[in-house]
Structure formats: C-alpha cells, structure tokens
Design a protein. Structure first.
Length: 177
C-alpha cells in the first residue's frame, strides 16, 4: 500500500488512464462534423456529388502551411456498397459517383433514400478530423405508370330517366415512384 505524504500528490494509474480517455473522447467529439449532399438518381458515373473540403470549411481549421497536405479518404462500415457507389479525390475532397445509382434498387420503397459514411481528413501527424457525410438520393420519375391489362365490360341501360346520373369507371393506375 502506498504511503501518503503531506504535500505530495499520488496518482492512481486508473485515474490517469480515465483522464486520458476523457480528453481523447472530447477531442474526437470536437473533431467531427456533418455534411449533407443531394444527388439525383440515374446520373452517369463520374458525376460530382459535392466537395467535402468546401462544405466543411476545413481550410479554416488547418494551419496555412498544412492546407496543401490535406488528404481525404472514405471510411465505411458498409464496405464495398459505399465504395462501389462513391469515390473521393484524395487531394481535393471532391466526391464522385462510381456508377449510375438507381434509387429503387438502393433503398427499395423507403420514403427517403439516405446513404451515410465517414470521411477522414488528415494533414501530417498533427491534424486528423472525421466528417460524417450523408448523401440523399433524390428520386426522378423514371418509371412510367402501369395499367392493369385485361378486358373490362360495362353495361349501360338505354331506357334510364333523363335525370339519372351515371357513375363512370376509371382504370386503376399504379406507379413505382
């Protein structure tokens, strides 16, 4: 057991470890940001989605001599799904589509199609920032309405009083969008 001497501080390794952990968590929380981009579905591969550097104003947070050394990289828990759809220019922070994105295939019938991934921004060993990017895939009306096929028969009587109103039948119209 450690002997306590007046005027001398003793520190527990556990307390020190906890303090380091709290500082790291606070730095991590302070070093995160959120960015939202919109892109229409069905656009060709290579379409610019947005620029992480411009949207986050990252240049304002980095010392001027480190701005030219910024490096951007996509991190994703979805793995190949995100990287098959998006790529990032490692020097500029511009995000591009890697393929034509079909909203109905990616998000099925969800009312809002959102894809989320992280981007790390590094400059040397002194600056690291994690940005969360959300890309919303906007729907376009790319599926024509479909009408049920088949034959329908309706009968009208020819001897109805003049004041009688007719109800008209309309086909059922459905659309996937």
């Amino acid at each position: 057991m450690a002997k306590h001497t007046p005027g001398r501080r003793t520190s527990s390794p556990l307390l020190l470890l906890f303090a380091v952990f709290v500082v790291n968590v606070m730095q991590t929380l302070a070093q995160t940001g959120h960015i939202v981009f919109h892109v229409q579905e069905e656009l060709p591969s290579g379409t610019l989605v947005g620029n992480v550097a411009d949207a986050s104003n990252i240049q304002d947070e980095v010392e001027p001599d480190l701005v030219d050394n910024l490096q951007f990289q996509i991190l994703s828990s979805d793995g190949l799904r995100i990287t098959s759809m998006f790529s990032i220019n490692g020097r500029s922070g511009a995000i591009f589509t890697n393929a034509m994105i079909d909203r109905e295939q990616v998000c099925d019938l969800a009312p809002v199609c959102e894809l989320e991934f992280d981007v790390t921004v590094k400059s040397g060993v002194n600056f690291v920032k994690l940005l969360t990017v959300k890309v919303i895939i906007d729907d376009i009306n790319d599926n024509a309405p479909s009408f049920p096929t088949g034959r329908s028969v309706s009968q009208c009587r020819s001897h109805l009083p003049r004041c009688r109103r007719f109800q008209y039948l309309a086909p059922l119209i459905t659309t996937l969008d």
